[in-house]
Write a protein that binds this ligand. Structure first.
Ligand code: NDP
Length: 327
């Protein structure tokens, strides 16, 4: 058997954490042959609830689990981490301004960046789930001077999967027959779900749907799906967000399939006019534990305007955290 992979999950006692940990432990993320050591990080007030989750994880007697521990110190929790899934973040409270939110999360993610820098394994892979995810990833990366920024990514896979599901429903085609969808930009309402390069059962998606449906229904539906879930379910998406985080890491580790790609928010290398360093969502392929931004796609005027709007939002988040001294 291979050596155990150390996975640190933050916000472990939250609802996404609860939906995520059991599936990682069962082998759904890294496969049925890879043993896992799970480090759960929580703030002190929630550490006891995380201990409860550990008791349940024990009771599953998962054969792949070689270690289970709860921490409230990030330096201990990230020691030796191969994979870090940063789920915990500070939600916006009543009366909280955007700057308060950015600064509360800046405090969390700058410390976590330092702790990762101090102790994580050389092959570290990070996905940030906690919002504002893209900017939190930027903050963590900027405090981890010895780790390549490219190892810090943020989750747009849930947006990607929502976009697949909506196109599948509209065209009556199974999700498995839809390829090359892209989410661009920020994990926020400005994100741009792009079907212009997508194929549906081998045919260009844009031939199957009309432009008005795309602009007036599809794009807003995908971008506002989180709010729809809250209003219907009475709580924010948890199992689907956990699934997406798991699939993000699974793709990164195991690779995308030939002829397809996925969406990940990654530090820009300047591709597609996205300023270098911004953590923005792109189409990416993955192989051998690395990802690359899909090059040379043609960007229509319609797409350009939407990508630019989301990237402008990311730039304003970056200036706000820079002003707060968080970078
Ligand atoms: P959830 O587990 O529901 O959500 C966690 C984070 O994921 C939130 O920031 C949430 O953003 C975000 N998120 C990103 N994408 C999605 C999506 N598509 N749908 C839903 N959420 C999404 O939050 P809980 O409040 O249940 O749990 C958070 C836990 O984190 C608590 O136990 C808290 O103690 C812990 N925490 C841990 C820290 C640490 O380990 N150092 C630091 C801070 C908190 P949004 O708020 O926008 O929904």
């Amino acid at each position: 058997a291979s050596a155990p992979v150390t996975i640190t999950v933050t916000g472990a006692a939250g609802q996404i954490g609860y939906a995520l940990l059991f599936r990682i432990a069962s082998g759904a993320m890294l496969g049925p042959d890879v043993p896992v050591k799970l480090n759960l990080l929580e703030i002190p007030q929630a550490a006891q609830a995380a201990e409860g989750t550990v008791l349940e994880l024990m009771d599953c007697a998962f054969p792949l689990v070689t270690g289970l521990e709860v921490f409230d110190d990030p330096f201990k929790a990230f020691d030796g981490a191969n994979i870090a899934m940063l789920v915990g973040s500070r939600p916006r409270g009543p009366g909280m301004e955007r700057a308060d939110l950015l600064s509360a999360n800046g405090g969390i993610f700058s410390v976590q960046g330092k702790a990762l820098n101090a102790g994580a394994a050389d092959d570290l892979k990070v996905v940030v789930v906690g919002n504002p995810a893209n900017t939190n990833a930027l903050i963590a990366a900027s405090h981890a001077k010895d780790i390549p920024a490219s190892r810090f990514t943020a989750l747009t896979r849930l947006d990607h999967d929502r976009a697949l599901a909506q196109l599948s429903a509209k065209t009556g085609t199974p999700v498995s027959e839809i390829k090359r969808l892209t989410i661009w930009g920020n994990h926020s309402a400005t994100q741009y779900p792009d079907i212009s390069h997508a194929t549906v059962a081998g045919r260009p998606a844009i031939e199957l749907v009309d432009q008005q449906w795309l602009a007036d229904e599809y794009i807003p539906r995908v971008a506002k799906r989180g709010a729809e879930i809250i209003s219907v379910r009475g709580g924010s998406s948890a199992a689907s967000a956990a699934n997406a985080a798991l699939e993000h890491m699974r793709s990164w580790v195991q690779g995308t399939s030939d002829g397809d790609w996925t969406s990940m928010a990654v530090p820009s290398d300047g591709s597609y006019g996205v300023p270098e360093g911004l953590v923005s969502s792109f189409p990416v392929t993955t192989a051998n534990g690395d990802y690359s931004i899909v090059p040379n796609l043609e960007i229509s005027e319609f797409s350009r305007a939407r990508i630019d709007a989301s990237v402008a939002e990311l730039e304003s988040e970056r200036s706000a955290v820079a002003e707060l001294g968080l970078l």
